[in-house]
Design a protein around this ligand. Sequence first.
Ligand code: 13P
Length: 287
Amino acid sequence: MLVSAEEMLTKAKAGKYAVGQFNINNLEWTKAILQTAQELNSPVILGVSEGAGKYMCGYKTVVGMVNGMLEELNITVPVALHLDHGSYEGAKACIEAGFSSIMFDGSHYPIEENVAKTKELVAICKEKGMSIEAEVGSIGGEEDGVVGAGECADPEECKMIADLGVTMLAAGIGNIHGKYPENWAGLSFETLDAVQQKTGAMPLVLHGGTGIPADMIQKAISLGVSKINVNTECQLSFQEATRKYIEAGKDLEGKGFDPRKLLAPGTEAIKQTVKEKMELFGSVGKA
Ligand code: 13P
């Protein structure tokens, strides 16, 4: 059964580790992430962007697929199904469809409007036992059409949004979706520290997990980050393994064209990436 992300993140914050949010794109992605979490006895959050939701034929299809897998694959570790960077409408649709967690990304609204909409969604989520993530500041780069300038969060605004009763808070600290540019200045630990001092026990979320060096990840966890989002890195692992398979001409040998064979190396590569991240984040054995 899907669970809210609240308990797993509260435990992570107290235990000084982070739970990975891995974004899903299709059946292979979902299966790879769930099997790895089960194998490593780790809690996990499946992230679904609005674009990926559409691609997978809508939120109800996603809920059906994930619930089916939890049962058929005997997944017993805590799994949350979470809307990533949700709009107000998207958040409502996911609540309706049976997600167990949502992110409302109101960071592009003026703060008053962000507050009003977040408040309303917090009330609905509380009633349904769901977790809700809010964002202050913005995550740089582009993800599925959501473009952010990447400004650092104002700790006072973070406190204001945290006090609305959200479960977890994403604060922009110089992180970027997708690959980091050569001249990237790194994470602003000063901002993160100030945000944590204002928000106390609230689990903090680090977006743009792809390509952040291990030492920065560890430092971020030590400063209160308890959820780390990874998307691009699984896509790159899948792409590289699939390219190798085709370039080696394996699709031309025997039944190598069978999608179950063609997609297998990419799926295995996703598992490997998820395993490495779970080990780095410290969530292994914490289910
Ligand atoms: P990356 O694609 O950079 O890993 O970011 C993922 C993310 O933050 C999802 O919200």
